[in-house]
Design a protein around this ligand. Structure first.
Ligand code: AHR
Length: 658
């Protein structure tokens, strides 16, 4: 262990413990207030979203019906039918989702026709909450008006909500009715009965809670969207992740398929449905109901800069060794055009082709897009060759848009070492780094960026999470503490690290493929992990400028004596913010001396919070979501000295107000 710190045995801190006296050591650090460092980007802490773990359909996207348009390859997946039900496609109202159903008289007074949807591992209903049921429908070959009954069914097969809807037209029309749930149920179902004696056609059968985030009809699940907003993210990456690339190019994320009327956004196979055979989800498809328009809206609502990542014409390289799986560079033009068109969709005037599409969807004002990523976890010369023409065209048409390139799937190794100089050569603005590593890696890499090249692109830590393998990668306190310790290094190097986003974001407790994840949920509840709170503490206490916080020997605090620390100045709040992770088991006294201050300056302690747990394996669960949360901490100010007593296994944030 290095002895490059100042350790003092404090008499005042001698603790009587039985007959033994334990000396609590004091560690001295210095914060030079004269050296206000680099600006911290508003984008520094953000969010990464991918439709993995049922994160969009079945998660953030509040639609409760799975396969609402009957256009999964098995057209009735997610549905049970009874009576006389036929799948048809000859007269669909939606050319990109051609299937629909015809429900007809079963031919016997005591028989019934109808359909029942299982939702996403059930449908969550909340007592007294209201739900908007909607359906595109028409009556068939009859002059008599037709009627359907909508029923909410609980897990005991009882009806816990019902309403009727008349279908009076022989033309396709949207019908809707509000239904109230009489009981709370986590694993409910939606049943639609044909009540009348004739025949009707139905398509796009949909059910949303009326109480969505911001009250939007094609809206987002309120608790989940609010949890994202509450982080105060500065940047919002979307739509992934590997989903950008697809298992093959056919299943890549094509943003143009995700805009316009939701009914006519074609269903796509979700690449995560078969990625892990031990976590197999053959019913995982993307409705694109949460598409690029909804993404830009959410970014705006949260005050985060959008950061879309688009396909570079390479299908997932892990899954495609055959070079023919990819688009040859000579045929990249439509992919490059897609990227340019996305910028026009976000920023173009309403007189432009794609700006008009945005305006027609309800947002005439531009979304003010500033960043775009090209390619996800790509590697090798084929990536560089694919990226180069994107950069060239982007610079020519949109010189102010910042372009993000990839450093491959790992934060070290051959692909990484090859790509960084190539990214520098291509003059991308930021390089996306991914690290899913053990907690020890995070502890050992707190100084990763201290000696990074300052002359090239900035860093976007675009996907990272601490994976505690012995606990099957749980979101435990150890993982959160190791991320907190590591992030002192991101903060200290904010001159070069401009963005970071934990990944993945969401996981449905019954339908996940990947863990750990930042927020877990079922059909009713949500749980913020300790990792969520670490991200939130950094984002809420971002500051505006880096400061140097040093041991007396002028070294940064990067794990010596199990301490990790960083500091920022916040010019808007006129305060310093000190962050300390104590990863040892013992509590420690820390004195932070503020040097270079004017004699008359008085400092006071502002809000201080801490996350602490004696059990590194402790977790939050859906039933005990608040076991590990930040709590109020104390610290004292003695002139220009901040006194902190950090508990063992803790991460604290301390404010010093001027
Ligand atoms: O975050 C989950 C996956 O991890 C992402 O889709 C991919 O980019 C990475 O390998």
């Amino acid at each position: 262990m290095k002895k490059n710190f100042c350790k003092i045995v404090s008499i005042a801190a001698l603790l009587a413990f039985g007959q033994t006296a334990i000396a609590q050591q004091t560690y001295e650090l210095t914060l030079d207030t004269k050296k206000v460092g680099a600006p911290i980007q508003s984008t520094m802490y953000g969010l990464f979203f991918e439709d993995i773990n049922f994160g969009a359909d079945g998660g953030l996207y509040a639609e409760l019906v799975k396969n609402r348009s009957f256009d999964f390859p098995q057209s009735l997946m997610g549905w049970y039918t009874f009576g006389k039900v036929e799948v048809k496609k000859d007269n669909s109202p939606f050319d990109k989702n051609p299937n629909y159903l015809v429900l007809s008289n079963p031919g016997h007074a005591h028989k019934h026709t109808g359909i029942e949807n299982e939702g996403f591992r059930g449908i969550g209903f909340v007592k007294d909450a209201t739900y908007r049921f909607s359906v595109w429908a028409k009556k068939e070959k009859t002059t008599e008006d037709q009627k359907i009954r909508i029923e909410f069914i609980n897990s005991k097969n009882n009806i816990i909500g019902t309403e009727e809807l008349s279908i009076n037209s022989t033309d396709w029309q949207k019908h809707q009715v509000i239904v109230t749930a009489k009981e709370t149920e986590e694993k409910g179902r939606l049943r639609v009965f044909l009540v009348s004696k004739g025949s009707i056609a139905v398509d796009h059968v949909s059910l949303f809670p009326t109480d969505t985030y911001k009250g939007r009809e094609n809206g987002l699940r309120k608790d989940l969207a609010q949890a994202l907003t509450d982080i105060h993210p500065g940047i919002f990456r979307f739509p992934g992740g590997c989903i950008v690339e697809g298992t093959d190019l056919d299943t890549r994320y094509d943003w143009k398929k995700t805009i316009g009327p939701v009914e006519n956004r074609p269903v796509n196979e979700n690449r995560w449905h078969y990625t892990f055979t031990n976590r197999f989800f053959p019913d995982y498809y993307q409705s694109y109901g949460l598409g690029f328009y909804e993404y830009f809206l959410l970014s705006e609502d949260m005050g985060a800069e959008p950061l879309p990542v688009l396909s570079c014409g390479l299908a997932c390289q892990f899954q495609n060794e055959d070079e023919h799986a990819h688009v040859p560079v000579s045929n990249l033009a439509p992919y490059i055009q897609d990227a340019l068109d996305l910028i026009e969709f976000a920023n173009g005037p309403i007189t432009s082709k794609w700006g008009k599409v945005r305006a027609d969807m309800g947002h005439p004002a531009p979304f003010n897009l500033k960043y775009i990523g090209i390619g996800n976890e790509q590697w090798g010369p084929e990536y560089v060759d694919h990226l180069a023409p994107f950069v060239k065209e982007m610079r020519a048409k949109y010189p102010n848009i910042k372009v993000i390139g990839s450093s491959g799937p790992s934060a070290d190794g051959k692909a990484f070492d090859y790509l960084w100089p190539e990214m520098k050569r291509l003059k991308v603005d930021l390089v996306d780094e991914h690290y899913y590593k053990e907690p020890d890696w995070f502890f050992n890499n707190a100084s990763r960026y201290d000696n990074y090249d300052r002359k090239g692109p900035a860093v976007f830590a675009g996907e990272y999470a601490s994976h505690d393998h012995p606990t099957k990668k749980q979101n435990n306190f150890l993982s959160a503490l190791s991320e907190a310790a590591f992030m002192t290094g991101l903060e200290r190097n904010a001159d070069i690290v401009h963005m970071c986003t934990y990944a993945p974001l969401f996981a449905h407790i019954d339908a996940w493929q990947w863990c750990p994840d930042m927020i877990w949920f079922d059909n009713l509840k949500m749980m913020k992990t300790p990792n969520y709170y670490v991200q939130q503490l950094y984002a809420h206490n971002k500051g505006t400028n880096t400061m140097t916080l040093l041991w007396p020997d002028k070294k940064a605090v990067t794990g010596q004596e199990n301490l990790y620390a960083s500091a920022v100045y916040d010019k808007d709040q006129n305060c310093y913010i000190v962050k300390v992770a104590n990863t040892g088991t013992e509590s420690k006294n820390i004195k932070v001396t503020l040097t270079g201050t004017k004699k008359k300056t008085t400092f006071t302690v502002g809000d201080c919070v801490v996350m602490q747990n004696n059990n590194l394996k402790a977790v939050n669960t859906l039933d005990t979501p608040l076991s590990i949360t930040p709590t109020k901490a104390t610290a004292t100010m003695d002139g220009n000295i901040l006194n902190i007593q950090t508990q063992g296994q803790s991460f604290g944030v301390y404010k010093i107000k001027l």
